[in-house]
Each structure stands twice: as C-alpha cells, then as structure tokens.
Design a protein around this ligand. Structure first.
Ligand code: MG
Ligand code: ZN
Length: 223
C-alpha cells in the first residue's frame, strides 16, 4: 500500500483498509449466491486492447458443448463486446459503467439477479479495461485471470508488482506479435513468477488460436 507524507498518510491507509474489507464482504455474498446454484464465476481483467473479449470468445468455443455459459461484459460505453460474444451463441449481458474504471461486487450482484442461475454452469466476467484497480474490487469469482499482451511492452509486470502479486492466473496474449514488438515472452514469464512464484502463466495467441485449450482447462481445474 502506498504511503503518503504527513499524518494524512495514516488516515488514508485506514480508509483504504475499510473499503477493502467492505468489498470483500460484498464479494463473499456473491460467492454464497453462486455456490447455492453451483455456478462457477471467472473474473477476467486486463488493460484496454489486450484481448479480453477475444479470449472469452475462444474459451466459449472450447467449453460451450460441456458448460452452460453466460458472459457479463463490463465497459464504459457501447455494446460492442456484448455483440461479439452474442455471435458465439451464448447469452451476454452488458454493464456500461460510464466513467467507472472497474466492476464491483454490487454491480455484478445486480446482474446475477437477471441471470437464470439454475440454467447456468459458468459465468465469465469481462471486467472494464484497466490493468490496475479492478484487482482491488473482488467480485466473488472462483478464479481471477489477468490478460496482458506483448503489445504492452516488456516491462508490464515489473512496473506493476502489486497487481501481479494478486494474480494466480495470467495469460500473455498476442504472442504471435512478440518478435515485432521486440518482447521476450520467456522474460515476461520470469518477471511474473519473480513477483509471485506460484503464478500460472499461459502464453496464448487468440488470433492464431494457440494455447487456449490449456488455459480453458486450467481455469476450470479444481473449482
Ligand atoms: Mg473487450
Ligand atoms: Zn477503477
């Protein structure tokens, strides 16, 4: 947690702690609702343009014959992602947050009320495009996946250690562009594991449909 100069710093830390506790309680309520209906939920995070929607499309393709899937798309505006997911033949619900840069447990609760949970096995949540703050707002998901891509450059993990410390699952997308972007995927993986030794990192290419089967299997293992 950041420290701020002066006494103000102490107050700020206390407020942040209280907010985090609130969010965790709200997320736990969501989890209880999901567990009551035996629905699994995965929270998919990542910056704008890393390929969250493309990844969800590919995961849906891998899993939809065995799981009844619903997708929640969080975005500031537009229904572009909802339409892209809808074209894969599963129900997609759009949340437009306006200026809010993350989803939170209360917003997702509103969606859970609209979804027929008895007819659902798996909910994939596409969080608002943002690498940093969604991590601080748990939704009650059984898994959290961070999607990064080589187009974010070689230092994305090293520059955001507090984010990657929280992430057990990380997908590195657009590996087909690694050479063009002059990014060493092996080094990115080492950076991520240097921050969190047990991180499970999956290099993928949504465009070339590489690595997605392994990722889809891993996401659903033991949940
Ligand atoms: Mg998207
Ligand atoms: Zn935010």
């Amino acid at each position: 947690m950041r420290k701020f100069p002066g006494n103000n710093g102490v107050d700020k830390i206390k407020i942040e702690k209280d907010l985090l506790l609130d969010q965790q309680m709200l997320a736990a309520e969501n989890r209880r609702i999901l567990d009551r209906f035996n629905v699994k939920m995965i929270d998919i995070m990542g910056s704008v343009g890393t390929g969250k929607t493309s990844l969800i499309q590919q995961v849906v393709k891998q899993l939809k014959s065995n799981y009844r899937i619903v997708v929640i798309n969080g975005d500031l505006d537009t229904t572009i992602d909802q339409e892209r997911i809808g074209s894969c033949g599963v129900d997609a619900y759009q949340i437009n947050t306006g200026k809010e840069c993350h989803l939170d447990a209360v917003t997702v609760r509103g969606m859970l009320k609209q979804i027929n949970l008895e007819q659902t096995d798996l909910i994939l949540v596409e969080n608002v495009g943002n690498l940093i703050c969604p991590v601080d707002f748990p939704l009650g998901a059984h898994r959290r996946l961070m999607v990064i891509s080589v187009t974010e450059g070689p230092y994305v993990a090293r520059k955001h250690p507090a984010v990657f410390m929280e992430m057990e699952y990380v997908a590195i997308n657009k590996t087909d562009l690694a050479a063009v972007m002059n990014v060493d995927v092996g080094e990115l993986i080492r950076d991520i594991k240097g921050i969190r030794v047990n991180a499970r990192v999956y290099p993928i290419s949504c465009r070339q449909q590489g690595g997605l089967g392994d990722l889809a299997t891993a996401l659903l293992e033991d949940i």
